[in-house]
Design a protein. Structure first.
Length: 133
C-alpha cells in the first residue's frame, strides 16, 4: 500500500539514518557545564595590587600603586601606615602616586588600599609591604 510507505515510523527513519539521536546521561552534560564554570576567572576588587618605587629622596620615597579595575567599586582609599605622620588619599582611579613614603626601622613601608562600594561600605582591603632599601 503506497500510503503506508509514506508514513514511516520514527524507528524506521532512525534505522535509515534520517533521524539521529544520542543518549547522553544528564550527569555528563551537567558535569561539562560545572567544569566550564569552574574554569571561569572572576577577578575581585584589588586582586592584583602592584607597588613601584618611582624615586627616593631625603624626605621619603614616591611610590606608585596600581590595581585591577572593578566597576562595582565607587572609590578607593590609599594610605601609608609606616609613614610619620600616617596619611591617606582618596581616588576614583585604578592607580595613585604617594609621595613622602617612609619605612619602619626594618626598611619596610606598610601601605594599604581599601575599595568602597557606592554606599560607602568597605568591599575589600589589601595591605602592601614594600622594601624601601
Amino acid at each position: 500500500n503506497p500510503a503506508t510507505c509514506l508514513k514511516e515510523k520514527p524507528e524506521d527513519q532512525r534505522r535509515q539514518g534520517l533521524i539521529t539521536s544520542y543518549k547522553v546521561p544528564l550527569f555528563a552534560v551537567a558535569g561539562i557545564f560545572l567544569f566550564a564554570s569552574l574554569n571561569t576567572a572572576y577577578a575581585q576588587p584589588l586582586d592584583d595590587v602592584t607597588a613601584t618605587l618611582l624615586e627616593s629622596g631625603n624626605s621619603g620615597t614616591s611610590v606608585q600603586l596600581t590595581w585591577n579595575h572593578d566597576d562595582a567599586v565607587s572609590n578607593y582609599e590609599v594610605g601609608c601606615v609606616s609613614c610619620m605622620p600616617n596619611f591617606s588619599e582618596n581616588t576614583n582611579n585604578d592607580k595613585i602616586v604617594l609621595s613622602d613614603v617612609t619605612s619602619l626601622e626594618n626598611g619596610k613601608a606598610i601601605l594599604y588600599v581599601v575599595a568602597y562600594d557606592g554606599n560607602g561600605e568597605v568591599m575589600v582591603a589589601r595591605q602592601v609591604l614594600l622594601d624601601l632599601h
